[in-house]
Design a protein around this ligand. Structure first.
Ligand code: 2P0
Length: 347
């Protein structure tokens, strides 16, 4: 008897223009477009295998070896259902195809980085799951079409279906059919770009992104300014910087957008604090490095937690590493509650 299985992996992506806020929480439609860089590194990925079999009694998922429930109408369920419907349509159009859409599917997913390291795993995890099931079903859909599904698993996941520099266009339609990810430039276009991941804390974050961003939507006047006046121009400017490989502009926009995102978190009621003292020291060190260089040669960015990602060109990585090691020595990490670990990634 034929076995139907497929494996796919997807890397973590780190946003330069941040996604923060939904206009539709069910369909996961954002209040602004966003842009990220997908880290092309073997040890920051999720890998998911899916297997369909007539003997399976229900869909099941194991995440890092532990079974997680697939709630009916929950985010995962919605993704599986959407892909299964595409497969059903194919089977209806071509009677020669095996009717595997009728089988239940088992998924096994693992991250090759510690989930507790505070690095977003939902983006890579959901993207890997969608890619894996679409392989299993031999779906003809493009990565952008698949991103419509991954988006409904976790907003940022839609960007992890592409490598390189990726935009998630917020779209205008109410049904979300134009809220999708697309490539701005391939990784090969600007291979000198590197990212340094600085794990400031591996504690689980206090406020989840999902609940935090909706509190911001409900209470922050500053968010309205950000989504209407600030982000649209930045999306254009950073895309141009990427196309022209203009690191100075890329860095300035990236740092300002990270700060803008954390400002709207602070403008939320009650306020959300993701940065800690170490995060702020990283900002100070990078600002000083850039001041001394006379131009931006490194760019910090922070997501919904204290960990820093520093973008820099390969030629400047030794300088950045040297500085980070000097100010945040690894040896001290065990004694220091604000420990800092780092990993260099080519993007
Ligand atoms: C981003 N973040 O653009 C921003 C920056 C966090 C800060 O995408 O509710 O986990 O699953 O759509 O995708 C985190 O949001 O939230 C996020 P849901 P998600 O990367």
């Amino acid at each position: 008897m034929a076995t139907y299985q497929a494996t796919a992996s997807a890397p973590v992506n780190i946003a330069c223009i941040k996604y923060w806020g939904k206009r539709n929480t069910k369909l996961i439609l954002p209040t602004n477009s966003s842009l990220s860089v997908t880290l092309d590194q073997d040890h920051l990925r999720s890998t998911t295998s899916s297997r369909a079999d007539a003997s399976f009694e229900k869909d099941r998922l194991w995440l890092n070896g532990k079974e997680e429930e697939i709630e009916r109408d929950g985010r995962l369920w919605v993704c599986i259902d959407a892909l299964r419907k595409w497969r059903q349509e194919m089977e209806q159009a071509d009677s020669g195809l095996d009717k595997i859409s009728a089988y239940h599917v088992h998924f096994a997913s693992h991250n090759n980085f510690p989930t507790a390291a505070g690095l977003a795993s939902s983006a890579s995890g959901l993207a890997a799951l969608v890619a894996s099931l679409s392989h299993l079903y031999s779906l003809p859909q493009t990565p952008s079409q698949l991103s419509l599904v991954a988006r409904q698993g976790s907003g940022s996941a839609c960007r992890s279906l592409f490598g390189g520099y990726v935009a998630w266009r917020m779209g205008e339609k109410e049904d979300g059919s134009d809220s999708l990810a697309e490539e701005v430039a391939s990784r090969e276009h600007w291979p000198e770009m590197h990212a340094l991941i600085c794990v400031v804390s591996d504690a689980k974050k206090g406020t989840s992104s999902t609940s935090g961003m909706q509190r911001t939507v409900q209470t922050s006047p500053l968010l309205q300014h950000r989504i209407k006046e600030v982000v649209p121009g930045r999306m254009d400017d950073i895309s141009k910087a990427i196309r022209e490989k203009d690191f100075e502009s890329f860095a300035k926009i990236t740092m300002r957008d990270s700060n803008s995102f954390h400002a709207v978190c602070l403008d939320t009621e009650p306020p959300i604090f993701y940065l800690n003292d170490v995060s702020r020291s990283v900002i100070a060190v990078v600002e000083e490095l850039n001041r001394a260089a006379g131009k931006p040669i490194a760019a910090y960015t922070f997501d919904a937690g204290p960990n820093a990602v520093i973008y820099t060109l390969e030629e400047n990585m030794p300088k950045v590493l040297n500085l980070i090691n000097r100010f945040f020595p690894q040896e001290a990490s065990f004694a220091n509650p604000f420990k800092m670990d780092w990993q260099s990634a080519q993007v």
